[in-house]
Design a protein around this ligand. Structure first.
Ligand SMILES: Cc1cc2nc3c(=O)[nH]c(=O)nc-3n(C[C@H](O)[C@H](O)[C@H](O)COP(=O)(O)OP(=O)(O)OC[C@H]3O[C@@H](n4cnc5c(N)ncnc54)[C@H](O)[C@@H]3O)c2cc1C
Length: 528
């Protein structure tokens, strides 16, 4: 076989790897993407796993961050087959027989919140107004490579230093405090806490409010859209675009080592021994523990980094259940829950606090908090007319999960839905389970089903993500970049880590490359 040579080799065809490959191919580079699995996408895939005609998203499903991401929008995926679909309501938070919802228009959301908690509607409109003022700068600060100097300076100019200090405080706020400070009633506070719980943070975790705020405001702004036909259509659009730009995607090609010579990444070795040479860069859409702990030789890394790796914290494990239903979920809360694409089955703030505390203590929560996807409500192509392709996931402690224990917990999840929607069980045509081991088996980055490629805790964000360092895609190995969700700005489908890695590789290979490398080397000497 001819020895493959390319300008860049990308390890992993998750959406971040595909984003990175697209940007490099756009810049005229030869790119080869090596994907371990039989198909691309990582946690952005779909298949008929419950019953014929029912499409299930196997990992992620709703994409507010993708719809708002300047990175993905610049790729114009609509021209490569991606079409967004939206449910009549964005998100419902169900408390037993009651529910509140984010509606597509802010006044609709305000009315829903106001009916449940007087004062919350007006507070929501104030929060959304503030979001509209800051939106462009917040998104730029989030998606620019770290440190976001230009976006930060514009934010300081526009908001003023006094406001910036308060924004920094907001960045550290637990969601329970945010609710208490800004929303007089219980409804918005619970809705927001439910959004924080999409991460591994609880209502009292520092840094939890900003995730809730971001997801809530994006939900109000762009909705929680889904790709028509299944999550895999987002991956298909990225892969099609890459093919048209001249990139090569090889599936069933697990990388077992990054080849390093004189402190520089020069290629990869596939399981089976094949070598691929990378003339300019290797980009790794893999977790930080996989990259630093197994793909690289230990002697290629500073001892301090290896020591930090011991302290890397994964986020919680996950159990996901997929159902084919003969009809819509018969929510006691009625249309508010039925018409939402995403549903939190969560209860009040106290219940969410107990759930989060139990998982942190390594115990199974009495009442599992569920994020539920009513995907046919969002996209009627997901299952036959009148039926529902439904999934629910919940977070669980990291431990050895046997198949029997996963089944038992899946039964608890179904029981929680039955309690809020009597008659649910009678609609079940088929059920498919994804326990922590199944999720990791589908995509090696999802260690025990960790959704976020590492905790969302403040101690592992910005310059601490994925390990203490520069918060950038550059690694201590020259021409090797970390491109996956372990890196800043972290988990979720938005392409940020992939784009940052591609930009770093282009800067390193550009005319000012030697200067760029010298600056990064000097900065690394300071932090390691
Ligand atoms: C159940 C679940 C629900 C989620 N829900 C949402 C949601 O609704 N909305 C949202 O925005 N986000 C959601 N997320 C998070 C989001 O899906 C991830 O953060 C995102 O997909 C990560 O993308 P990535 O490209 O960094 O990595 P991945 O998607 O994990 O892709 C990594 C790829 O690299 C491959 N790989 C790994 N190691 C190697 C190797 N050595 N050689 C070759 N290939 C390798 C893997 O097989 C995989 O294909 C969810 C995640 C899960 C698991």
């Amino acid at each position: 076989m001819d020895h493959v040579q390319a300008d860049a080799v990308v390890i992993g065809a998750g959406h971040n790897g595909l984003v990175a490959a697209n940007l490099l191919a756009d810049a005229g580079w030869d790119v080869v993407v090596c994907e371990a699995a039989g198909e691309p996408g990582g946690a952005v895939r779909s298949a008929e796993v419950t019953a014929p005609g029912f499409v299930t998203d196997l990992g992620s499903s709703f994409y507010p961050m993708a719809a708002a991401s300047p990175v993905l929008n610049a790729l114009d995926l609509g021209s490569y087959g991606l079409a967004w679909r939206r449910a009549p309501l964005v998100l419902a938070h169900v408390f037993g027989a009651e529910a509140v919802a984010i509606a597509p228009d802010p006044d609709g959301t305000a009315a829903s919140l106001e009916a449940a908690s007087p004062g919350d509607g007006a507070a929501w409109l104030r929060a959304y107004e503030r979001w509209r003022e800051l939106r462009v700068l917040v998104l730029a600060a989030l998606f620019d490579p770290f440190p976001p100097v230009r976006a930060g300076a514009r934010l300081a100019r526009q908001a003023g230093v006094a406001e910036l200090v308060r924004l920094a405080r907001f960045g550290l706020l637990p969601v329970r405090r945010y609710g208490a400070e800004e929303f007089p009633g219980h409804a918005a506070a619970a809705l927001l806490a439910g959004l924080t719980l999409h991460t591994d943070l609880g209502p009292d975790s520092s840094g939890g409010a900003i995730f809730a705020w971001l997801l809530a405001m994006l939900g109000q702004d762009v909705g929680f859209p889904v790709p028509e036909g299944g999550a895999g259509q987002l991956t298909a659009a990225l892969a099609t675009r890459l093919g048209k730009a001249g990139g090569v995607l090889r599936c069933g090609a697990p990388v077992e080592a990054v080849v390093v010579s004189s402190g520089r990444a020069v290629g990869v070795r596939l399981a089976g021994g094949e070598l691929l040479t990378a003339r300019r860069a290797v980009l790794a859409d893999v977790s930080a523990p996989a990259l630093y702990g197994s793909l690289l030789p230990a002697d290629a890394l500073p001892p301090r980094l290896l020591d930090d790796l011991r302290r890397f914290e994964w986020d919680h494990a996950t159990i996901k259940v997929n159902w084919a239903l003969s009809g819509p979920v018969p929510w006691l809360a009625g249309a508010t829950a039925r018409e939402a694409g995403t549903v939190h089955l969560a209860g009040d703030l106290a219940a969410m606090g107990e759930y989060a505390a139990a998982i942190s203590a390594g115990r199974l929560p009495r009442a599992p908090y569920l994020v539920i996807g009513q995907t046919t409500t969002a996209d009627p192509t997901r299952s036959p007319a009148g039926t529902q392709s439904l999934w629910a996931y919940t977070r669980v402690p990291r431990r050895d999960w046997t198949a029997a224990a996963v089944r038992e917990h899946a039964d608890r999840m179904a029981a929680a839905i039955e309690a809020a929607a009597p008659g649910f069980a009678d609609l079940v045509l088929a059920r498919h389970l994804q326990g922590p081991g199944d999720l990791a088996g589908m995509d090696g980055n999802l260690d025990q089903g960790a959704l976020n490629a590492g905790t969302a805790g403040v101690h592992q964000q910005l310059v601490f993500r994925p390990l203490p360092g520069l918060g950038r895609a550059d690694t201590p190995v020259d021409r090797l970049y970390i491109a996956g969700a372990s890196a800043h700005p972290g988990g979720g489908v938005h392409g940020g880590p992939g784009a940052n890695a591609a930009r770093a590789a282009l800067a390193r290979a550009g005319r000012a490359g030697p200067l760029y490398a010298a600056v990064i080397r000097a900065a690394h000497r300071l932090v390691y």
